[in-house]
Design a protein around this ligand. Structure first.
Ligand code: C5P
Length: 307
């Protein structure tokens, strides 16, 4: 086998509730992850012996992806190799980006998850899905969900997952923003807003997301729209104030609801179905407020090898 190709989905957090900062620098969260049809593709292959990891990128803002030791798909390769007792591997990793970079949609996590499943196949490793998820959690909080896909509740720093039952599809218009946001910077802004009394930490109620989960189970986009929540949105809007106008425009143009995706700055709009998505995407791109629009459908499968 000279190469193996895998795809992994972008995610939206349908609910993201933030508690206090933990001593390890992470925030305890409860979230409902939802994978969507926007996906990155990762191809792994033989490298010349002694060259180490050779990472290349193409596609959506590919120039913003770090290619050196920091590259998250490269770090995934090293973590998987170490797990099975191999030295740092010689391997090529080509990443074809469709998921926006540093945009709150777990694009890096998708690349890591796709690299893990591709390399497990490429190296013929006998590593279970459970072990792969453990490796994923050490690479980044969202990587286990990028492996799992579908819709799932996440607790801890987001890495502890339970699948959520859903019916039907949700249609999303994704508004790409001409800016990036770093996740740590957005969490740090949330800490500042908390200290200033401008936000409150999520409580301990286990059933806060019960209405959202019921709407997902019934395949009711109006119910889902009414219960979308992102505690990081105020922090993202403070750092990128023009997001307010984007969110308002989407709802004025007919979305059921709009919100910042994860730590942002991407804004996502839930609509009733495919036709509404196509219409809103056309209207949003005409506003001049966004860099581009995508139509995506969820839930989508997690990282998987493709022929
Ligand atoms: O886990 P990951 O490496 O993706 O997280 C990047 C950064 O985002 C962390 O170093 C931390 O600053 C912040 N973060 C957080 N709480 C989480 C997840 C991420 O504070 N639950």
């Amino acid at each position: 086998m000279s190469s193996v190709r895998a795809v992994a989905p972008a995610k939206i957090n349908l609910s993201l509730r933030v508690r206090a900062l933990r001593p390890d620098g992470y925030h305890e969260i409860t979230t409902v992850f939802h994978a969507v049809s926007l996906a990155d593709e990762v191809t792994v292959g033989e490298a010349v012996p002694g060259t180490g990891r050779v990472v290349t990128t193409t596609g959506e803002r590919a120039g913003s992806v770090p290619l050196g030791d920091d590259n998250i798909a490269g770090r995934a390769a090293v973590a998987l190799a170490r797990h099975v007792g191999l030295a740092d591997p010689d391997v090529t990793i080509d990443i074809a980006k469709s998921i926006p970079v540093a945009a709150g949609m777990a694009g890096g996590s998708a690349d890591a998850a796709a690299a893990l499943v591709a390399l497990r196949r490429f190296w013929h490793l006998d590593v279970s899905d459970g072990d792969l998820s453990g490796i994923a959690a050490r690479i980044g909080s969202d990587v286990p969900f990028s492996l799992m896909g579908g819709t799932a509740r996440g607790t801890g720093r987001g890495e502890m997952l339970t699948p959520v039952l859903t019916s039907g599809e949700l249609h999303w218009v994704i508004a790409l923003i001409d800016a990036e946001l770093s996740t740590p910077a957005v969490y740090a802004e949330w800490d500042r807003l908390l200290a200033a009394g401008a936000v409150t930490p999520a409580g301990d109620e286990a059933d806060a997301d019960a209405p959202l989960l019921a709407a997902l189970r019934h395949g009711d986009p109006h119910g889902v729209a009414a219960h979308l929540v992102n505690d990081l949105q105020p922090a993202a809007v403070v750092l990128r104030p023009h997001l307010r106008g984007v969110l308002d425009a989407g709802v004025e143009l007919g979305a059921l609801a709009g919100m910042v995706s994860g730590s942002g700055p991407t804004c996502v709009f839930l609509v009733e179905g495919r036709e509404a998505a196509i219409a809103l995407a056309a209207e949003m791109s005409g506003t001049g407020l966004v860099r581009g629009v995508r139509h995506a459908v969820g839930p989508a499968p997690g990282a998987r090898v493709v022929a």
